[in-house]
Design a protein around this ligand. Structure first.
Ligand code: ACO
Length: 421
C-alpha cells in the first residue's frame, strides 16, 4: 500500500502522508494542507474527519465490532464489573485483584459530596430535566474542589479521577430524588458501585432495600455497554472543551449537555416516548414506519440508524437479550416490548432502512430495561451519562497527555463581502 497520497491542484502536485491504524484503517494526514496549498477541507458533521489518534476504543461499523482496549464488548459485558471496565478504559489494563480492591476503596472514600450541593439542588424547580441539573452540579464540583485538575501531578490527577467517579452517581441519583420529591440518600460503604447506585436511587426511609441480583446485573451490563464509544458527539465535546485546558469537571459537564440531545444519548428517552405514542395511537407500527420514510415528515424512527454502524450495533444485540431476561425474571409483560420487536422486524425487512443500512442502535432496547427496573423516562439519559463517565475521563486524559492542540476548526465564509454602512 502507498504510504502517501498525491493531490493535484492547479497543475501542481502535493504529497500527503498516509496514516495507518492498528486495525488497518487509513487516513490522509492533512496537517500541512493549508500551508502547502491554501486549501482547507470542508466536512460538516465531521463524517470523514478523524480528530485524533486514540488507543482506547476500536469500532468497526461495517462489521458491528466494538472493543475497549482490545477486549470485545461481549466479553466485558458478560465477565466484568463496571468498575473493572472503568479502570481498563482510564488506565489501559484490566486491574489485578489488589488494584481493583484499592480502586474501589478509594472510590468509596471519596463518595461524599459537600452538603452545600443540596442548596444548589434545591434552587431547581422540580420540573427541571435531570440532565440539566446533572450538568450544572458536575460543573459546580470544581467550585468545591478547585485544586482537582492538575494533570502535572500524578497524585492530584488520580484523585480528580477517583473523586469524579465517586461523586457522579451521588449527584445523578440526587437528580432522580429531586424530581420525585424524595429525601436524598447517601452512599453505603458496604455496597458495590452498582449496588450503591441502586441504593441511592431507590432506598426509601421507611423500608428496607436490598437491590435484586437482576437489577444489579442489568445495571452493570448497561453501564459497561455505554462506557465508551470513541469520538461520538459528547466525547468529542469533552475533548474539545478540554483542549482549551478547561478542567476535567467542566469538560465532563459539557459532555453531559451534548449527550442530552435526542440525536445522541437523549434517544433512549425519545425511543420510549415514541413507543408509548405508537401504543396510545392503537399500535399501528406500519403507520409510523410510513411517517419515518416520508421526507416531508420530520418524524424519525428513534433508536434506529447510527453515524458509524452500518450493521447491527453490537451493544443493541446484547441489550435486546438482556431486556428479554430482565422482563422474564421480573415477570413484567410490557406491551411496548412487543411494539419494539414488531417495529424492528418491519424496519429490517424494509428497503428504505435496508438500503440506508439503518439498524437498531444501543438506545432502542435500553429504555425498556430501565423502565422495567423502575427508572423514570427522564432519567434514562442520566443512566447513559453514568455509564459514559469513564470513557469521557479516559478520552480527556489521553487528549491532555498527548498534548493535543486546541480544537479550532476553520470555515468557508459564505456571507456578504465587504459593504459600507
Ligand atoms: N429514521 C428514518 N430515517 C433515517 C433515520 C431514522 N432513525 N436515521 C437516518 N435516516 C435516513 C436519513 O433521513 C437519510 O436519508 P436520505 O439519505 O434519504 O436523506 C439517511 O438515513 C442518512 O441519515 P443521516 O441523518 O444523514 O445520518 P447521520 O449519520 O447524520 O445520523 C443519526 C445518524 C443521527 C443517529 C440518525 O440515524 C438518527 O437521527 N437516528 C435517530 C436518533 C437516534 O436513535 N440517535 C441515537 C444514536 S446512538 C447514540 O448516539 C448513542
Amino acid at each position: 500500500m502507498e504510504d502517501q497520497i498525491d493531490l493535484i491542484y492547479q497543475g501542481k502536485s502535493y504529497k500527503f502522508p498516509l496514516v495507518k491504524g492498528a486495525e488497518d484503517e487509513a487516513a490522509i494526514d492533512i496537517k500541512t494542507l493549508r500551508a502547502q496549498t491554501g486549501l482547507i477541507t470542508l466536512d460538516p458533521g465531521f463524517k470523514n474527519t478523524g480528530s485524533c489518534e486514540s488507543e482506547i476504543t476500536f469500532l468497526d461499523g461495517e462489521e458491528g465490532v466494538l472493543r475497549y482496549r482490545g477486549y470485545s464488548i461481549e466479553d466485558l459485558a458478560n465477565n466484568s464489573s463496571f468498575i473493572e471496565v472503568a479502570y481498563l478504559l482510564i488506565f489501559g489494563e484490566l486491574p489485578s485483584a489488589d488494584q481493583l480492591d484499592k480502586f474501589e476503596d478509594e472510590i468509596r472514600d471519596y463518595a461524599l459530596v459537600d452538603e452545600d450541593f443540596k442548596i444548589i439542588l434545591k434552587s431547581f424547580p422540580k420540573s427541571a430535566h435531570p440532565m440539566g441539573i446533572l450538568s450544572s452540579l458536575t460543573s459546580a464540583l470544581i467550585a468545591f474542589n478547585p485544586s482537582s485538575v492538575d494533570i502535572n501531578s500524578e497524585k492530584d490527577f488520580h484523585e480528580a479521577i477517583v473523586m469524579l467517579l465517586a461523586k457522579f452517581p451521588v449527584l445523578a441519583s440526587w437528580t432522580h430524588r429531586k424530581m420525585k420529591g424524595l429525601p436524598l440518600n447517601y452512599p453505603n460503604y458496604d455496597l458495590s458501585y452498582t449496588e450503591n447506585l441502586a441504593h441511592m436511587m431507590f432506598k426509601m426511609p421507611n423500608k428496607d432495600f436490598k437491590p435484586s441480583p437482576t437489577l444489579v446485573s442489568a445495571l452493570n451490563k448497561l453501564l459497561i455497554l455505554h462506557a465508551d464509544h470513541e469520538q461520538n458527539c459528547s466525547t468529542s465535546t469533552v475533548r474539545m472543551v478540554g483542549s482549551s485546558h478547561a478542567g476535567l469537571f467542566p469538560s465532563i459537564a459539557s459532555g453531559i449537555s451534548a449527550l442530552w440531545g435526542p440525536l445522541h444519548g437523549g434517544a433512549n428517552q425519545a425511543v420510549i416516548e415514541m413507543l408509548e405514542d405508537i401504543r396510545k395511537d392503537g399500535g399501528d407500527t406500519k403507520k409510523f414506519m410510513a411517517k419515518a420514510k416520508d421526507k416531508n415528515d420530520p418524524f424519525r424512527l428513534m433508536g434506529f440508524g447510527h453515524r458509524v454502524y452500518k450493521n447491527f450495533d453490537p451493544r443493541a444485540k446484547i441489550i435486546k437479550t438482556a431486556a428479554d431476561e430482565v422482563l422474564a425474571e421480573l415477570g413484567i409483560d410490557d406491551p411496548i416490548l412487543d411494539i419494539a420487536k414488531k417495529l424492528e422486524q418491519e424496519a429490517l425487512d424494509d428497503p428504505y432502512f435496508v438500503d440506508r443500512k439503518l439498524y437498531p442502535n444501543v438506545d432502542f432496547y435500553s429504555g425498556i430495561i430501565y423502565r422495567a427496573l423502575g427508572i423514570p423516562t427522564e432519567m434514562f439519559t442520566v443512566m447513559f451519562a453514568i455509564g459514559r463517565l469513564p470513557g469521557w475521563i479516559a478520552q480527556w486524559k489521553e487528549m491532555r497527555f498527548n498534548k493535543e492542540p486546541i480544537g479550532r476548526p476553520r470555515q468557508i465564509y459564505t456571507g456578504y463581502t465587504h459593504r459600507s454602512i
